[in-house]
Ligand binder design. Structure first.
Ligand SMILES: C[S@@+](CC[C@H](N)C(=O)[O-])C[C@H]1O[C@@H](n2cnc3c(N)ncnc32)[C@H](O)[C@@H]1O
Length: 259
């Protein structure tokens, strides 16, 4: 008898070294089955065999399962609030500021921060950006983007920091000055330990994929590594219903302050 999705998910978690049970399972199943259709894979047994034996299929599964969609200045009104209200306060209260984009996908998010900080002439900050997917981290490090990622970049900023890629004609290369401000690291936010002492953590468009138990665990984990007075910045459709439970208070749509 062919194995069920439930069995598949447990063995696939071991092969991929990711806890698939932490994600909304209906979605994981849909993503798995759409990839199986695309590769003409008959059942979960065959899918597991390929995950075990074919490194390129394993990579394809990982990329398909982790949605990498991102863009510069995603939800611009929130970046405006951050720039106008929170960054001046954060820099006033700290001689050196630590920011973490987790997960960072193709780098649009941490580079947006580097652009904002450079344009505002802030000094003394570090930006760490992490993601589970090694391929998307390579894309992020390359810093080359299509116009669909760049629609919200203010014109003056675009003209100053992006140049047309002569090789592709439709892509734009981010300046070294911005690229070198972001350090990238592979990290599994569900399983890996977190570094401490952050003034600002961006964890946007990630909670939407997770079960309530894992979201709860991550709210505790993020709060425990924020400095008092530091901020957690979530995606536009993500909420913490009971922020006090985690030692956080909501200050604005998508922003929570560590008490
Ligand atoms: C939709 S992107 C969000 C990117 C960015 N924060 C934004 O809002 O534009 C979600 C990212 O989560 C990453 N991801 C999925 N599971 C992860 C995990 N367990 N640990 C770290 N990153 C993970 C994926 O690789 C993907 O790049």
């Amino acid at each position: 008898m062919p194995i069920t999705f439930n069995d598949f998910k447990d063995t696939a978690s071991d092969i991929l070294n990711i806890n698939l049970s932490g994600y909304k399972l209906k979605r994981v199943q849909r993503r798995t089955e759409s990839l199986m259709r695309r590769h003409n894979i008959a059942d979960y047994d065959e899918c597991l065999r390929l995950l075990k034996n074919d490194p390129s299929f394993k990579e394809a599964y990982l990329s398909h399962f982790t949605i990498n969609t991102s863009e510069f200045y995603r939800n611009p009104e929130n970046f405006r609030y951050l720039e106008d209200k929170l960054l001046p306060e954060i820099f006033k209260n700290n001689s050196s500021v630590k920011i973490w984009s987790a997960p960072c996908s193709n780098g649009s998010e941490p580079y947006t921060l580097a652009l904002i900080l450079s344009e505002s002439n802030y000094k003394k900050y570090q930006i760490l950006a992490s993601d589970l997917d090694p391929d998307i981290l390579n894309t992020a490090k390359a810093g080359v983007y299509g116009s669909n990622s760049l629609e919200n970049v203010p014109t003056g900023v675009f003209d100053k920091y992006f140049t047309l890629d002569q090789n592709s004609n439709k892509k734009y290369i981010l300046s070294e000055k911005i690229k070198k401000q972001v350090a990238f690291e592979k990290m599994d936010l569900i399983n890996d330990p977190f570094l401490k002492g952050w003034d600002l953590i961006l964890s946007r468009n990630f909670f939407i994929y997770l079960t309530n138990e894992i979201k709860d665990m991550l709210c505790h984990k993020f709060s425990s590594v924020l400095k008092p007075g530091g901020y957690l910045f979530l995606g536009n459709t993500e909420f913490i219903f009971n922020p006090q439970k985690y030692g956080l208070e909501k200050v604005y749509s998508s922003f929570y302050r560590k008490l």
